[in-house]
Design a protein around this ligand. Structure first.
Ligand code: AMP
Length: 430
């Protein structure tokens, strides 16, 4: 029988890599703590309708990338979440969270599923971290989430990122813009590719998202949304930019950056890294005040957020050599048993040391003493504790420091004290 393999577009993460995940997640959680964002976890699957309404039926995600299934013939269609915003918004509306406090500041680190063609930096199961700030979406709130995002990047040491930002204005601004785009693209109708022809009818803004190189020049010549913005929208955007200036966050205004759905408004942004090749987007976000009503809420709920792809973030970090110092710590002490019959006694010692909070390892495979010593060294243990017949009889065990080769003989209480002292000294090291 053929040996089974993981599904294409998914990957396994083993302990040697997991240290990186814990480190990056730890930085995200500590920045979230600083900014007062709390973690939210929502179900991995939702009713398909949530994403149809919350992401938009004309998007690629809903059109062709969702893992959708029907649990039973008469049941409602379900979908593995392809993004987090719709689910988080649904959860907050369902719990009526905003009735308890006018503002909700949430973050997540969650797995997502999209049926995309797998390639470097593009998987079918991947992880995003992101935030959703609900209840207010003033320029200050936009600047708050942007600053949070950039602080995570700088805390991780990532550099050479490019932050592009644009304003999508409000509904009126975009209605005017849609007309301007239609007037611009109509004469080129026959030069457009099929998806763009369709978008011209349904939502011409999305033509600007096209990655087709043949359309690049035509798109570059399109009128700018910015030119359609009313004064209040311009002022709103300039305020966001002035916050970024004050905080010395570098950005470029990119008038072609759009999010084609109606519920997006005002600020929209994207971060790319030159380390990533074709899939160079690390994250993006913006304001989506109209999403709540799209999901059935009786009134608009101001909202702003972003999402960052963890895998791409970590690929960029790897390329910049930011993981080199990240070696998982070995055990503090490895208990070595001189002969087989003593294992049960040794296990009791291990249990007592662990209960005392000391990171202790023992061989579970009944290997020779030489093999146990080799394993202690391989794991990078600081000490070995040797247990033989005479040690058990005297109640004194020999503790060997593997760095200095110094050896002492101590009873279990004294030994625990010495090991605790070693931990304290280690953690006090700069
Ligand atoms: P989006 O939700 O499409 O705006 O994506 C936000 C971020 O998630 C992107 O900038 C990527 O870093 C990451 N991302 C999106 N799709 C994938 C995927 N299929 N595989 C890996 N990362 C992804």
């Amino acid at each position: 029988m053929a040996q089974l393999q993981a599904v294409k577009g998914t990957r396994d993460i083993f302990p040697d890599e997991i240290a990186r995940w814990h480190y990056v997640e730890g930085v995200i959680r500590s920045v979230a703590e600083l900014y007062g964002f709390n973690e939210v976890r929502t179900p991995v699957f939702e009713y398909t309708e949530l994403f149809q309404r919350g992401i938009g039926a004309t998007t690629d995600i809903v059109g062709k990338e969702m893992f959708t299934f029907q649990p039973d013939p008469n049941g409602r269609s379900l979908t593995l979440r392809p993004e987090m915003t719709a689910g988080v918004m649904r959860a907050c509306l369902q719990k009526n969270l905003l009735s308890q406090s006018p503002v909700s500041k949430l973050y997540y680190i969650s797995d997502l599923f999209r049926k995309e063609r797998p390639q470097a930096g593009r998987q079918r199961q991947f992880t995003q971290f992101g935030v959703e700030l609900l209840g207010v979406s003033s320029p200050a709130a936009v600047a708050e989430v942007l600053t949070f995002m950039m602080q995570v990047f700088s805390s991780l040491g990532l550099h050479d990122l490019r932050l592009r930002i644009n304003s999508l204005g409000d509904l009126d601004d975009r209605a005017r813009y849609r007309e301007a785009l239609w007037d611009y693209f109509m004469p080129y109708q026959n030069d457009l590719d099929e998806p763009s022809k369709e978008r011209l009818e349904k939502n011409p803004l999305r033509i600007l998202d096209s990655k087709n190189p043949a359309l690049k020049e035509m798109i570059a010549g399109a009128p700018r949304l910015y030119a359609s913005l009313k004064q209040a929208s311009v002022a709103d955007f300039e305020k966001v930019l002035s916050y970024l200036d004050d905080r010395q966050i570098a950005y470029e205004v990119d008038y072609l950056l759009v999010r084609g759905l109606d519920y997006y408004c005002h600020a929209a942004f994207e971060v790319t890294s030159s380390e990533l090749g074709a899939q160079d987007a690390i994250g993006g976000g913006g304001r989506y005040d109209g999403l709540a009503t799209e999901l059935g809420a009786s009134k608009e709920l101001p909202a702003v957020g972003f999402a960052v792809g963890m895998e791409r973030l970590m690929i960029a970090m790897e390329k910049q050599g930011l993981f080199t110092t990240l070696n998982p710590h070995g055990p503090l002490v490895y208990v070595v048993v001189q002969q087989k019959g003593l294992t049960d006694h040794a296990m009791q010692v291990v249990f007592r040391l662990r209960k005392a909070g000391l990171k202790t390892e023992i061989d579970l495979a009944g290997r020779s003493m030489k093999a146990q010593m080799r394993e202690a060294n391989r794991m990078g243990s600081a000490y070995v504790l040797i247990i033989g017949q005479s040690e058990i009889e005297s109640g004194h065990y020999s503790l060997k420091n593997l760095e200095t080769s110094e050896q002492t003989s101590l009873d279990l209480d004294a030994l625990t004290g010495v090991l605790h002292e070693a931990v304290t000294q280690e953690s006090a090291r700069p």
